[in-house]
Design a protein around this ligand. Structure first.
Ligand SMILES: Cc1cc2nc3c(=O)[nH]c(=O)nc-3n(C[C@H](O)[C@H](O)[C@H](O)COP(=O)(O)OP(=O)(O)OC[C@H]3O[C@@H](n4cnc5c(N)ncnc54)[C@H](O)[C@@H]3O)c2cc1C
Length: 391
């Protein structure tokens, strides 16, 4: 068969590789100049490795992408960076049962309650059945009222805002169930892995057209896989990052969840506390990240305006921080960064095979109950390829 794949993100690339390895002729259309989609990168002069526009790591149990990366000779490596939470103005480690036990911002009873609740979620092997509950309804009971009020509610509210009542409990289960202490990355970044997959596709006779928007009818294909779509029936949040290149480190950990009310960003990720700064010209790289709703004023702000808004809060994280530490900055945003999965979403998941015999679809709204992730993009792309080869 001659097959068109729309999108050179991980779903499209994984599908493409599966199809060329089975002997089909594949053309991948990517409208941007680079591969990788939401996991794509930027690479200023002087850096050896690119950096994702949005912070990225994989978990130790992300089997599909680990396997795929190995198969193209670009295996993942793993580190155990620190995750902290900013609560009551203090950075507190909160990334393991042990750190939860020591988390003195909650009473001992509340710590035990939360530990037990999270352990129960880890114990459930298939959490789709939880989708009939709203996360806001079940969580206070599961993790305890104090743990919910002080930890989870601020985090979820900052992320979902007015959409929070929509979010179902299966989504929350999946986040907890899949978390591992070890976090993985790829030499050169996720976009480097995308390039390696693309090389393998080309070696097997596939074609990749960068900077080319797919247009229906321009060319004849037996089948088309669209990985650039979305589920029109659900809400999405924008993703936004302000990335700072610094002369000095901002914090000690890799990840900082901001559990403070009314902060203008909800997460701080210091890439160079996970990946060695030698790959980035010995600079320190920090993301200030947000999920935003359509009309949020931060979407219209320039990177300088965002920095001015963020500065007083960055100083709260590190009182020694000085604007002069900043050597460069970038702003990125994308409208369909985070799908919001409502109660009983499994009944609304689009099917890979559409009503048109020749057209197939695969996108982040279809990896549910998992949250979007490169591992699931790979798994879905491979599944779509198999479905296309069936008939
Ligand atoms: C803030 C943020 C943090 C994340 N963190 C992680 C993480 O830590 N770990 C992880 O595993 N995942 C993470 N993800 C999720 C991960 O990036 C995505 O799940 C994954 O990249 C989705 O791949 P995809 O190919 O399905 O879609 P996309 O990456 O969106 O790719 C679709 C591609 O289709 C192209 N396209 C669309 N229309 C057309 C057209 N008409 N013609 C040609 N091309 C077209 C687009 O340009 C795009 O490149 C994160 C995402 C965000 C937003």
């Amino acid at each position: 068969m001659r097959i068109a794949i729309v999108g050179g993100g991980f779903t499209g690339l994984a599908a493409g590789l599966e199809l060329v390895r089975a002997g089909h002729k594949v053309v991948i259309f990517e409208k941007e100049k680079n591969l990788g989609g939401l996991a794509g990168d930027f690479k200023p002069a002087g850096w050896d490795w690119g950096l994702e526009r949005y912070y990225h790591h994989i978990f130790a149990n992300d089997k599909e992408v680990i396997k795929l990366a190995k198969s193209v000779g670009w295996p993942a490596f793993f580190e155990k960076p620190v995750t902290n939470s900013l609560i009551g103005g203090k950075e507190k480690r909160l990334d393991s049962p042990f750190s939860l036990l020591k988390f003195n911002k909650l009473s001992l009873i509340s710590r035990l309650h939360m530990g037990l609740g999270l352990a129960m979620l880890k114990f459930i092997r298939n959490g789709v059945g939880l989708e009939k509950y709203q996360a806001v309804g079940m969580l206070p009971k599961l993790v305890g009222p104090e743990g919910y009020k002080k930890v989870w509610e601020p985090l979820l509210l900052a992320k979902f805002g007015k959409f929070l009542p929509t979010v179902n409990m299966a989504w929350f289960w999946a986040r907890v169930y899949k978390r591992t202490a070890g976090l993985g990355y790829f030499a050169g970044g996720f976009a480097k892995l995308a390039e390696k997959i693309a090389e393998e596709i080309k070696k097997n006779g596939g074609e990749i057209r960068l900077g080319t928007k797919y247009k229906v009818g321009d060319e004849k294909f037996d089948k088309i896989l669209n990985t650039g779509g979305r589920n029109l029936g659900i809400d999405y949040l924008w993703g936004q990052t302000l990335v700072l290149e610094l002369n000095k480190p901002l914090m000690k950990g890799y990840w900082l969840n901001v559990l403070q009310k009314n902060w203008p960003f909800l997460v701080v990720v210091e890439q160079t506390n996970f990946i060695n700064k030698k790959y980035y010209n010995n600079k320190h790289l920090v993301y200030l990240g947000n999920y935003l709703k359509d009309k949020d004023k931060r979407l219209k702000m320039s990177k300088d305006e965002l920095l001015e808004l963020f500065l007083p809060y960055i100083k709260k994280i590190n009182p020694n921080f000085n604007k002069k530490w900043i050597t460069k900055k970038w702003k990125f945003q994308d409208p369909y960064a985070q799908p919001v999965f409502p109660v009983n979403y499994s009944k609304q998941i689009p099917k890979i095979k559409t009503k048109n015999d020749r057209i197939y679809t695969a996108n982040t709204s279809m990896v549910y109950p998992w949250d979007r992730g490169v591992n699931y993009a790979v798994e879905l792309g491979q599944k779509a390829a198999k479905a296309m080869m069936l008939v």
